[in-house]
Design a protein around this ligand. Sequence first.
Ligand SMILES: [Zn+2]
Length: 83
Amino acid sequence: MPCDHTRTVNHNGAAIVMSEQSQWFSEAEQRDWQWRLTVANHNNIFCHCHACGREWIDSTDDAGCTCGSDRVEHIACWQFPDD
Ligand SMILES: [Zn+2]
C-alpha cells in the first residue's frame, strides 16, 4: 500500500467527541479506497522481468513472468517509484 494513514491521537487526555462519520476512515471508505486501488491497478502495472528482460502490462502486482522467474519488478503506472 502506498499510504500508511495514522489515526489522530489525543495527547492531553481530553475527551474527543467524534461521531462515527468523522473518524479518519470509516469501514465503507476503506472498502471504497480498496476498490479505487483495484481499478487504478487494472492494466496499469508495468512489469519487467530481470531474468529474461520481458516487459508487459498486467493488472496485479504479484504477476510472475512466463519464463518462470519471479524476479519481476512491478511498477504501478499511476504512481511514481520511490527512488
Ligand atoms: Zn522472464
